[in-house]
Design a protein around this ligand. Structure first.
Ligand code: UDP
Ligand code: MG
Length: 331
């Protein structure tokens, strides 16, 4: 019988840990699969880790990894993918917004031979303004990046072992998983579900975090934004040249015209703005190169009930050896 690993990143989700475990267990009683749950505690400040440990003490099916500090959901998902041992993995949130009742449908897709089975949510119950902004964002971003990003298709998905290996073979430290899942391609199936509102705890995504995440999407996949800066610059240069020629001809014909303050100030401000935006975009790319050259591990483990460090060294996935060389993340 195949084992399915369920990866669940959790940050301050004390009320949800046992709820999600119970719902998953209920689903698997009707299924012909074994399952293991791999909780990743992203340095929660509440009793999330205690809840994970309590479950782990009660059943072998529960594994946990606890980070030394908050490294973010992307790092948590990476840790889960690197440690999962199942023939397929399902990534889901701890807050029950990714309904465990969809697990049978995800597994059906897996049985049909799909490497990715993606659960796509609609935006029922979300504020109107958020829906409009998000749909505009996806329209724009799909013209800029060269992977296809779809609204409602997030991290809630099943990945076959092949797909997991493909995702792990991508070595970048600053990960934008939504795009990486799309980048690996492979045959996929989409299932639809209604958006679920969070019951316990609160979202960790403030407006500014969402904005940053959105910006990450823009510049994580290619250098097209840099090229846009170049084209914008080139266009403005052409316009400026045309304008100077016209003004020069006018001066030759009718002498120097004193008024011109408005034209000058507008040109200076617009050009200054464009230059600053372009510099900012270039700076973002340089910043990323800076972080990538440091080759820092994407997360550090404080505590885990996965096999001990020595055993892990022997069995660790190849990609891990490439990324972190001989650095042992276990204390
Ligand atoms: N999460 C995490 N680390 C963080 C923030 C969030 O592991 O720094 C987890 C969180 O516990 C949840 C999932 O990522 O399981 C999604 O977070 P959240 O529900 O806050 O996002 P939303 O559903 O509002 O987009
Ligand atoms: Mg949520």
């Amino acid at each position: 019988m195949h084992t399915i690993s369920i990866i669940i990143p959790a940050y301050n989700e004390e009320d949800n840990i046992s709820l999600i475990y119970e719902s998953i267990q209920k689903e698997f009683t009707h299924l012909s699969y074994h399952f293991e749950i791999c909780f990743i505690n992203d340095a929660s400040t509440d009793r999330t880790l205690e809840e994970m440990k309590r479950l782990a003490a009660a059943t072998q099916k529960v594994k946990f990894i606890s980070f030394s500090r908050n490294f973010g959901k992307e790092a948590a998902m990476l840790a889960g993918l690197q440690h999962a041992r199942g023939q397929a993995v399902i990534i889901m949130d701890a807050d029950l917004q990714h309904p465990p009742s969809l697990i049978p449908q995800l597994l059906k897709g897996y049985e049909e031979g799909f490497d990715q089975v993606i659960a796509r949510r609609n935006r029922h119950g979300e504020p109107f303004i958020k829906r409009v902004l998000c749909s505009a964002y996806y329209k724009v971003i799909n013209h800029i990046v060269d992977v296809k990003l779809e609204d409602g298709m997030g991290d809630f998905r099943l990945l076959s072992k092949k797909a997991v290996q493909a995702v792990l073979s991508l070595n970048e430290g600053q990960r934008f998983s939504k795009g990486l899942f799309s980048w690996i391609g492979m045959n996929h199936k989409v299932i639809h579900y209604n958006n679920v509102v969070r019951k316990n705890g609160e979202t960790k995504w403030s407006f500014s975090k969402l904005l940053n995440y959105g910006f990450d999407g823009f510049i994580s996949f290619n250098n097209r934004p840099l090229r846009l800066c170049f084209y914008a610059g080139a266009m403005i240069l052409c316009l400026a040249l045309i304008y100077s020629i016209i003004t020069f001809v006018q001066i030759l014909n009718s002498g120097i015209d004193v008024p011109g303050y408005f034209t000058i100030i507008t040109a200076v401000l617009i050009l200054g703005g464009i230059q600053l935006v372009s510099l900012g975009i270039i700076g973002e790319y340089v910043g990323r190169i800076y972080y990538e050259t440091k080759k820092r591990p994407p997360y550090l483990i404080q505590e885990t009930n996965f096999m001990n460090g020595a055993q892990y060294e022997k069995n660790k996935p190849r990609v891990y050896q490439i990324r972190h060389n001989r650095r042992n993340q276990y204390f």
